[in-house]
Design a protein around this ligand. Structure first.
Ligand code: UDP
Ligand code: MG
Length: 337
């Protein structure tokens, strides 16, 4: 998000529901019905943003019909299939709600669980993640890979969640607007948002069998998740000043190389032994070159970060709340920015 103080974006209503949809014709009617019921009970002002991710079944017509019946629905049709992450990103861009809830279209999530997320959210969290404690999917193809992925992501990103893969999650407006998504990164949003300084909680939610149709993913997703994880860890650790990380490694390695070189020099001068055939000499030279390379990589990475921040006017800070007293006698009510 452009969180620069000059361009503050603020939510306009209580709740946005974001739903990625790819060939879900058999689910849309029931989705609309269950959502309307559940959201009616919650009683907050809401909008539903359905993103049709290039479906080639009747999802297009059915979504338009739902939108025509229900003014709270907004439908975005992609030109082609861009993937679930892109669909969610479009939903986040369009969302106007203070809380943005993402949910799958296949009704594996129960819309009635949205209330549980919101209750937790109101305790003061920025992200509340659904946790499918009792999953209905096959163990070896689905649950085991997902258990491994969850523990890997938790350990390496420092945001410990049992169920990164559960789409049913609630995000604060700022988080939805702030995370930069691409590839298949949607499952990493809580981890990516760590750099914003978010408070994250988990709530157990129901897992149901897919109402209609079949999953859009196979086992190959696991490899993408692992590759994405590397990128996420990189982003998290090198974010602001990559030079500090690369520079430290460079000084360490280069320092050891220099010490070894110094030792060999002194050794040669004092004892008049030959050092030309010593493996230690090669190691010293290698470490010194490596040290210089680390530092220069750090400088280049630092320049790239500078371009990133300045070209897109990205802030290097994120604000939770801003209080000030307005000039013309307005109250100093807290204002979320
Ligand atoms: N989805 C999408 N674009 C895609 C693949 C999936 O918008 O390219 C949607 C899909 O319609 C569903 C959600 O993302 O609403 C999750 O997909 P799926 O149920 O196939 O995933 P699984 O539950 O097997 O993880
Ligand atoms: Mg599903």
């Amino acid at each position: 998000m452009d969180n620069r103080l000059a361009a503050i974006e603020t939510p306009e209503l209580a709740l946005s529901i974001v739903i990625p949809i790819y060939n879900e014709e058999g689910n849309i009617e029931r989705l609309h019905r269950e959502l309307s019921e559940a959201l009616g009970e919650i009683g907050r002002e809401y909008e539903v943003i359905a993103i049709n991710d290039g479906s080639h079944d009747r999802s297009y017509e059915l979504l338009n019909a739902a939108q025509a019946r229900d003014a709270r629905w907004q439908v975005i049709h992609f030109r082609r299939n861009f993937g679930q992450t892109a669909a969610m990103a479009a939903g986040f861009d369009a969302a106007r709600g203070e809380i943005v809830v993402t949910i799958d279209a296949d009704l594996q999530n129960d819309p009635r669980d949205i209330k549980r997320l919101l209750d937790k959210f109101d305790e003061g969290y920025d992200i509340v993640s659904g946790w499918r404690q009792d999953r209905k999917e096959p163990f070896f193809l689905r649950r085991l890979p997902s258990m491994i992925a969850n523990s890997l992501i938790s350990r390496s990103t420092g945001i410990r969640l049992h169920d990164y893969g559960c789409t049913l999650k609630a995000y604060h407006f700022d988080v939805a607007k702030g995370v930069q998504l691409y590839g298949e990164l949607h499952r990493f949003i809580p981890a990516l948002a760590r750099q914003m300084g978010v408070r994250v909680a988990e709530v157990p939610v129901k897992d149901r069998a897919r109402h209609w149709g079949s999953s859009k993913y196979g086992i190959s997703r696991t490899f993408k998740v692992v590759l994405d994880l590397i990128v996420v860890v990189f982003i998290l650790s090198y974010f602001n000043r990559p030079l500090y990380v690369f520079g430290a490694a460079g000084f360490l390695v280069g320092g050891i190389g220099t010490l070894l070189g110094a030792y060999l020099t002194v050794f040669k001068l004092l004892t008049e032994n030959k050092i030309g055939d010593r493996p230690l000499l090669q190691l010293a030279a290698l470490l010194m070159v490596l040290g210089v390379q680390f530092v220069s990589t750090g400088i280049v990475a630092d320049m790239i970060m500078r371009t990133y921040h300045e070209s897109q006017r990205k802030p290097i800070y994120f604000i939770r709340e801003r209080r000030r007293t307005q000039a013309k006698g307005e109250t100093g009510e807290p204002e979320r920015v």
